[in-house]
Design a protein around this ligand. Sequence first.
Ligand code: C2E
Ligand code: MG
Ligand code: MG
Ligand code: MG
Length: 291
Amino acid sequence: QAKAAGGNRIASYAEDGMAHVHRTEELRSALRHALSANALSLRYQPLYESSGALRGFEALLRWRHPKLGDISPAEFVPLAEQSGQIVEIGEWVLGEACRMLNRAEAKGLRQLVMSVNLSPLQLRAPGFVESLQHILDRTGTRPESLELEITESMMIDADDSMNTVLYRLRGMGIRIALDDFGVGYASLTYLRKLPLHTLKLDRSFIRHIGEQSAEHVIVRAMISLVHQLGFEVVAEGVETEDQFRLLREWGCNFYQGYLLAGPLEEEAVGAHLLKHACRVFRAPCDERVAV
Ligand code: C2E
Ligand code: MG
Ligand code: MG
Ligand code: MG
């Protein structure tokens, strides 16, 4: 009997494996048409300053598959990287994000920073800097209002040419942020080699800071380290009042997380800014939030 159960389990693992392969293949082929089928969209997650003023947004990619529903970028971005499509998709993301920033500024939100996630393939793609310059020109976006997020893991095997591109971007006035800081790469020496403005502390550190934990000590020390290096710190994944209070005490510059807001549809941004921001900060709202 045990043998039969074991046999069934193996069969069901095999079926799961098949289902997974099947799903991946289905996603892969549908992804080819996702952009032209208008199935991609962006959400905008607000980032706030300690004062409650809006710092800006992170643009987060979404894909609605006709049959399978919403697919997480964690699942489909790697597929788009394998096919090379991420370069074209990433360019679309940059254009969309810049146009949203324009619309937000036209509604009276000023001096915002729009953060956009970058794939290493984009940094390596020939003509990336030129195409980005073209997007900025066409959309009339100030380079200082765009922040490109790179990850530690993508800089581990960065060649000199990737670094050169980053320095060219900085030369244009674009901001560079290191995303998911603390999980990818232990060495800190490379922090001096990259042209960074901002470090985003990964949410895996933020999760446990409310307790008497190692993370408590680590996050506090990381904030101080990052400041001494001359960068600004964003805390990702702020979900509780306790986390928020501690991070504020420790001098964190910017906050992003479900406590403040999740990723929003553009249409929902105005209402969010009016209703929710003031609740968390318990302070008079900055005039900039009154859309
Ligand atoms: P990320 O850049 O680290 O983005 C933050 C992720 O954390 C987002 O997941 C966001 O929805 C989620 N998040 C925000 N606040 C909280 C919180 O308080 N608690 C928790 N548990 N999660 C929170 P999302 O949107 O699913 O994106 C996942 C990843 O996909 C991103 O991680 C980023 O690496 C990648 N990604 C998203 N958009 C793009 C894009 O346009 N291009 C590229 N290359 N990658 C993208
Ligand atoms: Mg990011
Ligand atoms: Mg992140
Ligand atoms: Mg993260």
